[in-house]
Ligand binder design. Structure first.
Ligand SMILES: Cc1cc2nc3c(=O)[nH]c(=O)nc-3n(C[C@H](O)[C@H](O)[C@H](O)COP(=O)(O)O)c2cc1C
Length: 306
């Protein structure tokens, strides 16, 4: 049995494989990387785009730590107008399915972005609700269920493009946030964004205060997917610490309908092939017809068809 078993549907979006490149870790997918077979990628999520160009944070921006890394790149991007004119057409040539990640510092900025993106042919918009610079409070939208509900509802009223809410694990109760997003009409949830962390560079006597990613955060990602699966009906894209093939299986078993690959690609050039192989082997071994059959298999809330 081959790769055709890995076809999935996220709402109305059909993907050839469940592998989604996580926002910011694959740029805009335009670098020519010889060791990647692009046909095996289900969709790309772009680096988060904002209305105005952003320079990102000062150096140092990346630091390696045990089984992972801290990044404090920020939302460095050329702004939506440059993106649409110069980058999106190139992404279209290379990828079947395109998810564009967006973020705003204010509600108005989000709405402006949506109005612009409404004119473009893309497959989904991922709302990066995990950016810590929202409005006067300078907080993450996804750290408040009220704010999450309000923003998602407003955006949903402005667009018919399928919407994904990308949530932060840095909350007391992720279930509340996921429920708020679903009630406001979100189509999918992706978890997790990076985990707040800090590294000390003793040589340079500097700190890198940012987001932790990589193998060390997998248990946090799995727990978030596991918890959210119990309380929502919409599909979940499981992200965080997938650094080898079998990690992806674990995400499906606790409730994911697709998976995101991020820092895994920095340390394992074979990660995409490994995930494909592991998932096919697992489906064959368990005599499962497709990935839907194994979604949530190890979650008490079983048998849900998403
Ligand atoms: C260098 C880097 C840049 C990132 N940029 C973004 C971004 O622009 N928007 C976003 O939603 N997530 C961003 N992320 C978070 C990833 O998409 C992903 O959620 C996180 O790294 C956890 O997955 P991983 O452990 O597989 O890397 C970034 C992560 C890294 C490492």
């Amino acid at each position: 049995m081959g790769i055709e078993k890995l076809r999935i549907k996220l709402g109305h979006i059909e993907l050839k494989t469940p592998i989604i490149m996580a926002s910011g870790t694959f740029g805009y997918g335009l670098e020519k990387i010889n060791f990647i077979d692009y046909k095996k990628i289900g969709a790309i999520t772009t680096k988060t785009i904002t209305y105005y160009p952003w320079e990102g944070n000062p150096q140092p921006r990346i630091y390696e730590t045990y089984s992972g890394m801290i990044n404090s790149i920020g939302l460095q991007n050329p702004g939506v107008f440059y993106f649409i004119k110069n980058i999106l057409p190139k992404i279209r040539k290379k990828f079947n399915k395109i998810f564009v990640s967006i973020s705003g510092r204010t509600e108005n900025e989000f709405i402006q972005l949506i109005k612009i993106m409404n004119k473009e042919k893309i497959d989904a918009l991922e709302l990066n609700l995990s950016c810590p610079n929202f409005e006067k409070e300078q907080k993450m939208i996804s750290q408040s269920s009220d704010l999450t509900y309000k923003i998602v509802k407003k955006i949903k009223n402005e667009t018919s493009i399928p919407l994904i809410a990308k949530l932060s694990p840095n909350v007391t109760n992720i279930k509340e946030i996921a429920i708020a997003a679903e009630e406001a009409g979100i189509d999918m949830i992706s978890v997790i964004n990076t985990v707040k962390g800090l590294c000390v560079d003793l040589k340079k006597m500097k700190i890198i205060d940012g987001g932790l990613s990589g193998g060390c955060i997998k248990p946090i990602g799995l727990k978030c997917v596991y918890d959210i699966y119990k309380v929502v009906k919409i599909p979940i894209i499981g992200i965080g610490g997938i650094i080898k093939g079998t990690d992806a299986i674990e995400y499906f078993l606790v409730g994911a309908s697709a998976i995101g690959i991020g820092s895994g690609l920095f340390t394992n050039s074979q990660i995409i092939d490994e995930v494909i192989k592991s998932l096919i082997n697992f489906l064959n071994k368990t005599k499962s017809k497709n990935l839907k059959e194994i979604t949530g298999l190890l979650n008490e809330k079983k048998g849900k068809n998403r």
